[in-house]
Design a protein around this ligand. Structure first.
Ligand SMILES: C=C(O[C@@H]1C=C(C(=O)O)C=C[C@H]1O)C(=O)O
Length: 251
């Protein structure tokens, strides 16, 4: 018993020594990861799944040569890299910064949910739960997605904003600019609008969009982005649509 305890003590002392070495090397690794983070612009770049896969392949091969269990080494590394990614996301402030990307057909369901949530505010303003965006079906939304440039703003795995565009001749029709209620007022709508405008093909001379006359936050955003009222049209006795346009730079 005493013998066993003594040898366990010795083994643990040896393990402690190795841990000191590992932690010292982790400190150096942390410095390098933080420097890598400063070179990145969004959360996707921080996560760099291709690089993670390459690191895992490399350390598995290294483990094989060193006589360590590759599966164990992979588990340790995946846990460690997840922790480093967390550190990098916090250090860079990129954790909550939305990532803009082209909308994909498989986003349709989540976009419909987002749209219903975002337009609920509008429905309340106008006292009308039957606004077109509130009663649109999944099929209609999916069809609309296929007709022009659309973008999503994503934080982690959650879509927090979206916009859809449709090109008709030299005009970009911007529609369904939506931001999740808890993420409104953070510049996401502005970023999405700029993204869809930039995606218009060369030769597109103007962008046009509309909103209800009581949607002052929307009107303010559009005016700040250079849109000017062109005309108004009555939609229902309660709602007047304000159509706004903006010239797009040639290119
Ligand atoms: C350090 C980087 O950032 C992240 C952290 C990694 C790591 O800890 O090895 C690998 C890829 C990224 O997920 C990198 O991109 O190289």
């Amino acid at each position: 018993m005493t013998d066993q305890q003594d040898s366990l003590t010795d083994l643990r002392r040896a393990i402690d020594g190795i841990d000191d070495e590992i932690v010292a090397r982790l400190a150096v690794r942390q410095g390098l990861v933080e420097r890598a983070g400063r070179l990145k612009r969004d959360a996707t770049a921080v996560r760099a799944p291709d690089r993670v896969a390459a690191v895992i392949r490399r350390v598995r091969a290294t483990a094989e040569r060193a006589g360590a269990d590759p599966a164990l080494v992979e588990r340790v590394y995946r846990t460690m890299i997840t922790a480093f990614i967390g550190l990098e996301l916090t250090a860079t402030g990129l954790r909550d910064r939305p990532v803009l990307a082209p909308a994909r057909p498989e986003n349709a369901g989540e976009l419909l949910t987002l749209q219903r949530a975002a337009y609920a505010t509008e429905a309340r303003i106008y006292g009308d739960p039957g606004l077109p965006a509130m009663v649109q079906t999944l099929d209609q939304l999916a069809a609309e997605l296929a007709t022009g440039p659309g973008f999503t703003a994503t934080v982690g795995t959650r879509i927090v904003g979206a916009v859809r565009g449709r090109i008709e001749g030299d005009v970009l029709h911007v529609g369904r600019l939506t931001v999740a209620p808890d993420r409104q007022g953070q510049g996401i709508g502005t970023a999405l609008l700029a993204e869809v405008e930039a995606a218009a093909p060369p030769g597109t001379t103007k962008a046009t969009l509309f909103t209800g006359h009581l949607s002052v936050a929307n009107l303010r955003l559009y005016e700040r982005q250079g849109y000017r009222e062109e005309r108004r049209a009555r939609l229902t006795p309660q709602v007047e649509l304000v159509h706004l346009t903006k010239s797009l730079p040639p290119g």
